[in-house]
Design a protein around this ligand. Structure first.
Ligand code: 48H
Length: 262
């Protein structure tokens, strides 16, 4: 069989550019491919909502690969079991109300389900800014993560979106960008980013779902970023709250698209 390197190159460049062109206008742009962002993208795409996820790193999965302190197991509580089942992730009961999964399988399943549902995932792209028109976020400013890492002075590109999900984990980067660029206008008590509190798993896992909501017109927060924005506790290596938070933000946004398939 004849194999031409140039055909391979053209296939990659053309295929990627087509995907990127198609993603310049979208319904929901999710920033961050950890467990929360992936779960949100899965449920949104499953409903026929055009969903694009941008992940800074080469691998998606965020803080999930390493389980707890690199012991690659993930722990989930009873409330999140139904999401594991929906995603066809094998789980073993550990004790009453606690389940354990293999972190490699968990991330891989989340990624595959997300893609199969129709969400577009771009790795190696960082969101560095937002577009704001009439006090609403209308788009994201993106650049290659490699540009950032090499401190190159290269201008970014932009994508238009109806809604943004900040799923950037502990750093809550989108919320921080908003405060930095236009002041304390978040939907928190002070309008400012409140910051994460110390470890208290039980409380952290409860508030993370409560804190999953709109933080600025058209911008929603989920996962660890939700507790960081609203001053919630951290919870350590239990991941049920991340899936439940991703599911909740998807539910909130699905309501914004009443004409989509149900
Ligand atoms: C593109 C970006 C940008 C950007 C960040 O950290 P994550 O895994 O976040 P969650 O909320 O899905 O899950 C949190 C969980 O992993 C965790 O850390 C827990 C449970 N901690 C508890 C504790 O007590 O410590 O994923 C966020 C992802 C990462 O992959 C980042 O690379 C990515 O977002 N990201 N991608 N543009 N500006 N900022």
């Amino acid at each position: 069989m004849k194999i031409d390197e140039i055909v391979i190159s053209r296939a990659i460049v053309e295929g990627f550019c087509k995907d990127l062109m198609d993603s310049t206008e979208t319904d929901v742009a999710v920033v961050g491919g950890g467990p929360a962002g992936l779960t949100a993208s899965y449920y949104l795409a499953k409903e026929g909502i055009k969903t694009v996820l941008f992940e800074r790193k080469l691998s998606i999965g965020g803080g999930m690969w390493g389980g707890g302190m690199m012991f690659n197991k993930c722990v989930f509580q009873e409330e999140s079991k139904r999401i594991l089942d929906e995603l066809e992730i094998n789980r073993k009961k550990y004790e009453k109300d606690y389940y354990i999964t293999d972190s490699i399988e968990t991330v891989s399943a989340l990624c595959l389900k997300c893609r199969k549902a129709g969400a577009k995932i771009f790795n190696l792209i960082s969101v560095e800014d937002v577009m704001i028109r009439k006090e609403k976020v209308t788009g994201l400013v993106i650049n290659w993560s490699a540009t950032e890492l090499a401190h190159l002075h290269v201008d970014p590109l932009t994508v238009r979106t109806k809604f943004v999900v900040d799923a950037t984990g502990h750093d809550s980067e989108i919320a921080k960008i908003i405060v930095r660029k236009i002041g304390k206008k978040l939907k928190t008590k002070t309008g400012d980013f409140l910051g994460e509190k110390p470890m208290w798993a039980e409380v952290g896992e409860t508030t993370i779902v409560e804190h999953t909501k709109e933080i600025y017109p058209n911008v929603y927060v989920c996962g660890m970023a939700a507790n960081a924005v609203f001053g919630g506790y951290r919870m350590g290596p239990i991941f049920g709250g991340m899936l439940l938070s991703g599911e909740k933000v998807a539910k909130l946004l699905i309501k914004k698209f009443p004409l989509r398939k149900t």
